[in-house]
Design a binder for this molecule. Sequence first.
Ligand code: NAD
Length: 286
Amino acid sequence: RGKKAFIAGVADDNGYGWAIAKSLAAAGAEILVGTWVPALNIFETSLRRGKFDESRVLPDGSLMEITKVYPLDAVYDTPEDVPEDVKTNKRYAGSSKWTVKEVAESVKEDFGSIDILVHSLANGPEVSKPLLETSRYGYLAAISASSYSYVSLLQHFAPIMNRGGASISLTYIASERIIPGYGGGMSSAKAALESDTQVLAFEAGRKHGIRVNTISAGPLRSRAAKAIDFIDMMIDYSSENAPLQKELSAEEVGNAAAFLASPLASAITGAVLYVDNGLNAMGVGV
Ligand code: NAD
């Protein structure tokens, strides 16, 4: 039986979510994605018009198929949580059933169950501000979109996940080491995500028999990362200082995710796996 994967946080072909989808597809999984509502139109149009065809090519030459694209806003759990101005916003009004609970219900209706859940999304409106200058609103928004969104996704999807299934999120080393420039409470949000990975591994392991891990990825020039002006500096820093002196490709993170989601990783849960050319192990720059 082929496995089914739901990947939340795919809106173009540049980010980690897309690369993870490809690696899972190459390993034979059926791909469902959750796309942020405001980005949905352009993503679906580009997909339909073949704009991503070159990036859809799998190692065997075939093209990755995305069985279904679900609109999703992981900041809202149920329709009751959606404020009026968002509900009536032109970009949201055109789609329906995009809160976390409703998306899980739609996936259940369409496919019954899934095996793999991927959280590849983050948002911090004040990411470019130092933590010392971050507002309460900015900090809580970062936590809501980047950390609680994962608790919520797992809460709603775990009941439709087959035993032996796996869940994966993406984190960044700014959670545990000082990375100036990763502000707005995003470092705090990643620390929460990593701590939650352990607690959720316990709870979802006991209750649903699924594994919960996170990948601490090195820097990638994704759409989201372009909002952080130092991304190019971080990429240069890594190729100068990491044990492996090469640019990290999204595919390498995708492949690690496919491993973590596979039976090869059947005893791995609650882990932070570094996929960063080894940069995390360095104590000084060289
Ligand atoms: P990306 O732009 O490809 O992915 C982020 C996605 O989140 C986008 O598709 C965006 O539409 C979506 N999103 C934002 N708010 C949302 C919401 N409320 N509901 C649903 N979707 C929402 O960028 P990426 O860098 O590949 O990010 C994926 C993950 O990887 C994030 O968790 C990020 O923090 C993590 N990460 C990135 C880097 C890097 O250098 N790019 C490094 C380590 C970890």
